[in-house]
Design a protein around this ligand. Structure first.
Ligand code: ISJ
Length: 457
C-alpha cells in the first residue's frame, strides 16, 4: 500500500513538540494522572506494515493486532502490563484496565485502549497492556495514540518514540517488506491425533447417551516444523488475503512466540449502548463447484444435528446475557457464513444496554461458550481436561480490547496457531452432539486445520 509522506502532524519541530507535550504533562500531573496519551493523525498507511516496521526499529516484540472489515488496530510496546492467573482473571484484568485507563490524560484525538489476551484454562497466563504505540485505522483515517508513564517519561522520551514511528514510516516507503507466499505445506500423517480424537469422540458419544452432557467440543493439536522458522508477517499477509471476512489477529510478547490466526468468531462487542454476541457452530466444507457448494450449504442449513448444535449456543448466549440484565434480539433463523474452506451457521444476537456494563464482565460470563467447550459448561470442561492430552493455551480463548468506558470487542482465538521458533502448533475442534459420526468430525478438524496450513509462510 502506498504511503504518502510527509505527515499531516503539524508538530514537526522538536521544540514545538516539547512545548505541547510539556503542557500536556503538567495538566496530567495536576489531574493526578499517571499516563499521558497523545493522539496524532497519520497519513494513510497499512497498520500491519507499520506494526512490523515499528517492531523492527524499536526492538519491541509485545504486540496486538486485530483486523476486521471496518477497523484495524495495531499496538506495540508496553507502558503498563498485568499478568494474572486463576479464577478471578477476568475481574483482575477488568480492575487493571479501569485503574490504568482512569489515570490516563488523553490529548485528542488519542483513543487509549487496553489489549488483553486470555488463555483457555485459567491456570495459564492471561495478560493485558497499555501500548506505547497504538494505531487505529477506520476507512482511510489512521490515528496514532502514543502513550507514556509520567513517572518515567519526559518530553524527550516521547519525542524519541515519535521519531521511532517516523523511522518506521520512512522505512516502509524505502524498503517495503517482501511478500512471502504460502509454503504449500502438506498435511503430515496424523495417525496418532486421529486415533486419540476418534477414541475421545466415542467416549463423548457415550457421555451424551448417558445424559451427562449435551455437547462437547473436542479439539486436536498438530505441530508443524520448518527448519528456517516461520515468517510471521508473511503468514499474516496470507491470512488477510485469504480470509477477508474473518478477524485476522496476532498477539505476543516475544519475537519467537506469537499466537495468530483468522477467526470467524466474535465473542462479544460493546459500543454505542448496544451489545453484540455471535453464535457460530455447525459446519460443512466449501464445494469445488457452485452446485456442490450449494448442496453442502443446503445440507448444513437443513441438518437437524447442525441446527441443534447451533441452537445450544444461541440459547446459552441469550440465557447468560439475560442473567446479566439484558434482553436479546435474536433472528429466528441462522444465516450461513462462507469462508474459504468451510461454511458455518451463524446467528448475530443484539442486546440494547439499559446501563453500561464492563465488557470483561460479559467475557467472564461467556467464556468458554458451548461453541468451543460444550454444554453444560463445567461438566464439559471436566471432560475436556480428561480427554484432551495437550494444553489449549490461547486456542479458543478470548482476546480483544477495552476502552476507558468499558466498551470493547473480544474474539475467540480459533483457526489459530502458536508460532514458536521453528515450530507451529495448530489447533482445531469440532462440536460433538448426539448423532455425531466420529469420521465426519475428524474431517471437520482437517478442514479447520486448513485455515492455518494454507497461510503459513
Ligand atoms: C472449535 C472450533 O470451531 C467452533 C466449532 C464449530 C462447529 O463445531 O461446527 C464451528 C465454529 C466454531 O464455533 C475450531 O475452529 O477449532
Amino acid at each position: 500500500m502506498p504511503v504518502s509522506l510527509p505527515l499531516t502532524f503539524d508538530l514537526s519541530s522538536e521544540s514545538e513538540f516539547y512545548t505541547q507535550v510539556s503542557t500536556g504533562i503538567q495538566a496530567a500531573q495536576q489531574a493526578n494522572c499517571q499516563f499521558l496519551s497523545l493522539g496524532i493523525p497519520l497519513p494513510t498507511v497499512d497498520p500491519l506494515m507499520l506494526l512490523a516496521g515499528l517492531m523492527q526499529v524499536s526492538g519491541e516484540s509485545e504486540h496486538f493486532y486485530l483486523e476486521q472489515a471496518g477497523e484495524i488496530v495495531a499496538a506495540c510496546g508496553a507502558v503498563a502490563t498485568s499478568s494474572v492467573q486463576g479464577s478471578q482473571r477476568f475481574s483482575d484484568l477488568q480492575h487493571f484496565s479501569e485503574r490504568i485507563l482512569n489515570r490516563v490524560w488523553a490529548i485528542a484525538p488519542a483513543e487509549p485502549r487496553i489489549f488483553c489476551q486470555f488463555s483457555f484454562w485459567d491456570d495459564a497466563a492471561n495478560r493485558a497492556f497499555l501500548p506505547r504505540w497504538q494505531v487505529i485505522q477506520r476507512r482511510d483515517q489512521v490515528c496514532l495514540t502514543l502513550s507514556c508513564a509520567l513517572e518515567t517519561s519526559t518530553p524527550h522520551r516521547l519525542w524519541q518514540d515519535w521519531q521511532l514511528l517516523q523511522r518506521a514510516l520512512a522505512h516502509l516507503v524505502a524498503d517495503p517488506p517482501p511478500c512471502s507466499p504460502p509454503r504449500a505445506i502438506a498435511l503430515p500423517p496424523l495417525t496418532e491425533q486421529y486415533g486419540q480424537f476418534i477414541t475421545s469422540v466415542k467416549r463423548a458419544l457415550q457421555l451424551l447417551e448417558e445424559g451427562d452432557l449435551e455437547k462437547l467440543v473436542l479439539a486436536a493439536a498438530l505441530t508443524l516444523e520448518q527448519p528456517q522458522g516461520f515468517n510471521w508477517l508473511g503468514t499474516l499477509q496470507n491470512l488477510r488475503q485469504q480470509y477477508a471476512n474473518c478477524y485476522i489477529f496476532s498477539v505476543g510478547q516475544k519475537r519467537q512466540q506469537v499466537f495468530l490466526g483468522a477467526s470467524p468468531e466474535r465473542l462479544v462487542k460493546i459500543g454505542d449502548g448496544v451489545l453484540c454476541a455471535d453464535a457460530l457452530a455447525g459446519s460443512r466444507p466449501r464445494g469445488q463447484t457452485q452446485q456442490e457448494d450449494q448442496r453442502l450449504r443446503n445440507g448444513l442449513y437443513h441438518s437437524p444435528k447442525e441446527r441443534y448444535e447451533h441452537q445450544v449456543i444461541v440459547e446459552f448466549l441469550c440465557q447468560t446475557l439475560q442473567q446479566l440484565g439484558m434482553s436479546c434480539e435474536v433472528p429466528t433463523k441462522p444465516r450461513i457464513l462462507e469462508l474459504s474452506h468451510i461454511q458455518h451457521l451463524q446467528t448475530l444476537i443484539q442486546a440494547p444496554l439499559p446501563q453500561p456494563i464492563h465488557i470483561l464482565k460479559v467475557v467472564a460470563a461467556l467464556h468458554p461458550t458451548p461453541a468451543v467447550a460444550g454444554y453444560p459448561a463445567s461438566r464439559a470442561q471436566d471432560w475436556l481436561r480428561q480427554l484432551e492430552l495437550f494444553d489449549r493455551n490461547g486456542y479458543a480463548a478470548p482476546l480483544g480490547w477495552v476502552t476507558p468506558t468499558g466498551e470493547g470487542e473480544f474474539i475467540v482465538g480459533i483457526r489459530s496457531a502458536h508460532l514458536q521458533g521453528t515450530h507451529a502448533h495448530l489447533f482445531a475442534g469440532a462440536g460433538i452432539v448426539k448423532g455425531s459420526q466420529p469420521e465426519r468430525e475428524w474431517q471437520e478438524i482437517l478442514w479447520k486445520f486448513q485455515t492455518m496450513i494454507s497461510a503459513l509462510a
